[in-house]
Design a protein. Structure first.
Length: 274
């Protein structure tokens, strides 16, 4: 039987720099740190840590795995791998100071000339988008960044009257909010939004208390655009590697008529004669 956890622990231990970590290197026959040194750094017994490397002793708790990750100076990817080996599940997501869209990710969206794309958080804050998204979803992306919350827009009494299939859209955004915040952690931002919308919207409160959950996944979005009229867009949602709170959503017009309409609108915004 392959001892994946033990082999990984031993490999990471032997690749640590003892001198950099403040351990004497004279008469050291072991590469990296000794087992007892890692055990001390992780505040576990040397016997039990030895058992872990030997594939004995049962699966460690999440708390012990976190201490081992710190003791071994694991990266976020290595920490996740450690949990998967030990418990067959990823660790809880660490809170991040900010949701960040890298320049590379922005350039990928910008390369999609006629496919609207944006980045959203679990709380439905849209924090970045491409030119096509700016013209197709202008009601959202023309707002200041701190006001680009789709959840608030859906339950805005004035905006909802202009939305196609409002009930379906509202149920979808509420159900994804519940599912995604359960996965990434119910942030203070999510708590504030739920409290605010519960006070201002009986419909939101009803949908929130239904406890429905859905993944963002794929589907079709129907919008009533002020310039294009009614158009349909297929969408797919993608996790952003290394940014567990972020989702990339890409839309594609479903018909040739819709494709031509979006293309004309984007080119008009670029200043290209049609």
């Amino acid at each position: 039987m392959i001892n994946g956890l033990g082999n990984f622990l031993k490999d990471r231990r032997t690749k640590l720099d003892a001198a950099r970590l403040g351990y004497p290197t004279n008469r050291r026959r072991t590469r990296g740190l000794r087992r007892e040194e890692v055990a001390q750094r992780a505040d576990v017994s040397t016997v039990w840590y030895t058992w872990l490397e030997q594939g004995r002793g049962g699966p460690p708790s999440a708390d012990v795995l976190e201490r081992l990750a710190r003791a071994l100076n694991l990266t976020d990817v290595e920490r996740e791998h450690l949990f998967l080996l030990a418990q067959n599940r990823p660790p809880e997501i660490r809170s991040q100071e900010e949701d960040r869209v890298t320049p590379q990710l922005q350039r990928i969206m910008d390369a999609l000339d006629y496919s609207p794309a944006y980045i959203k958080t679990p709380e439905w804050d849209v924090i970045a988008g491409n030119r096509a998204a700016g013209v197709v979803f202008s009601a959202l992306l023309s707002r200041p960044e701190w006001q680009r919350n789709l959840l608030r827009m859906v339950f805005d009494p004035e905006i909802r009257t202009k939305m196609a299939h409002w009930e379906d859209v509202a149920r979808f955004v509420v159900a994804t909010l519940r599912a995604e915040t359960a996965k990434t952690g119910f942030s203070a931002r999510a708590s504030d939004l739920v409290e605010e919308l519960t006070r201002s919207s009986a419909e939101f409160e009803r949908m929130w208390l239904s406890h429905d959950v859905v993944s963002h996944g794929e589907g079709t979005k129907f919008i009533a655009h002020p310039d294009l009229g009614a158009i349909a867009l297929e969408f797919s949602a993608f996790a952003v590697d290394g940014q567990p709170r972020l989702t990339l959503v890409i839309y594609n017009p479903t018909t040739e008529r819709d494709k031509a309409a979006v293309r004309a609108l984007v080119e008009r915004e670029k200043g290209i004669p049609s």
